[in-house]
Design a protein around this ligand. Sequence first.
Ligand code: LLP
Length: 426
Amino acid sequence: MDNFQYINDQLHCQRVAVRDIVEKTGTPTYIYSQATLLSHFDRIASAFAPLKALICYSIKSCGNLAILQALRLRGSGFDVVSGGELFRALQAGADPGMIVFAGVGKTDQEINEALDARIGWFNIESEEEFWNLDRLAGAKKLVVHGALRVNPDVSSAGTHQKTLTGKKETKFGVDIDRAEVFYIQAAAAKNARLSALHLHIGSPIKSTQPYVDAITKALNLIDRLAARNIMIDTLDIGGGFAAFYEGNEAPSAADYAAAIIPLLKDRKLRIILEPGRSISCNAGILVTRVQYTKQGGAKKFIIVDAAMNDLIRPTLYESYHFIWPVDVSGSCPPENRYSTLRTANDEKVDVVGPVCESGDYLAKDRYLPRAKRGDLLAVFSAGAYGFAMSSQYNARPRAAEVLVDGNAWRIIRRRETYQDLIAAEI
Ligand code: LLP
């Protein structure tokens, strides 16, 4: 599953003891395993090899330049959603032709930057955006490729309300019932070619069926368009493949491929995927130090030096992240990462941070080996939407990021300083 394992009672990332890293970097620190990152990329690439799919890693899940560079060298393109992410991709040496640009509110400035960079595809989210792109491309005398993001109105039970995107009620894409007419109208455009179709139905999608439903609807639309002489050459099926927070709760890359490939293998379509979480999630942990323990009126609290500003997922989505001590000499390595895991001498605690909100927690009502002041805890499956969603709330400098490769490690983002907190202020 990943390269975070206990060796001689110490949590290791690949061959490096986590304790050795944080003794130098301090806490909280995000630690990523390059081998895990690349192995998850490879699993998707080989599962979808029969379709010769272009994999455009979704930068928003974990966008450190070192992570992007490692994936670029492995053959990845990128899914960007802002001018800033486009900048990151280009800084990481991305091939612009392997960049797709999504997002419901692209500004003229962002579109112009992407036009100048000669990106591969603009994923179009509305009629107005399409005609604006046509106008801006015309001003630069360019002809560009657009993929219409179609909202297929499929359900994906199990996906959190806040990350569901493939239903009619959400702001994403153009309603599938309107899409055919739109493609027909768009054929009149001079500088934007609407020759592709984009789907992204949510994140994480914990079963394969929603993909089957959405792709089936998309292919149906593609066939109807072909009958009217409008040819679609590219289908981008978006991201949303799940990752492991507890264990084997998610389909594997091979499972998704087994459901999706039969639908597409006899089609002459270029296929694009935009996985983020399924590549980065299990490649990262957040390491934090216990500051204090205290017995509240009704609960026991473990107060750590990481907070909701470092990892907002538990409080924002009620999401589960397995937590365990880095040093298990006083307890034992975990047998699994399930929320139900019990061990000798455990106690039920809330793991909380120092931020002034009762929503500031990393775990609630969790059985953990007894922790004491100074202990290190690892928060697992934190590589995706962890650092990427962090903030400086409560004037807390953001955490450091470290990348481990074999038995070597390096800081890929230094811990922010107090000066960083005020650097942009006038
Ligand atoms: N493509 C598009 C157009 C997207 O909007 C997203 C994610 C992806 C690809 C990548 O999805 P992934 O493969 O990572 O599931 N902050 C939330 C997740 C938000 C996802 C937003 N869009 C979380 O922490 O669970």
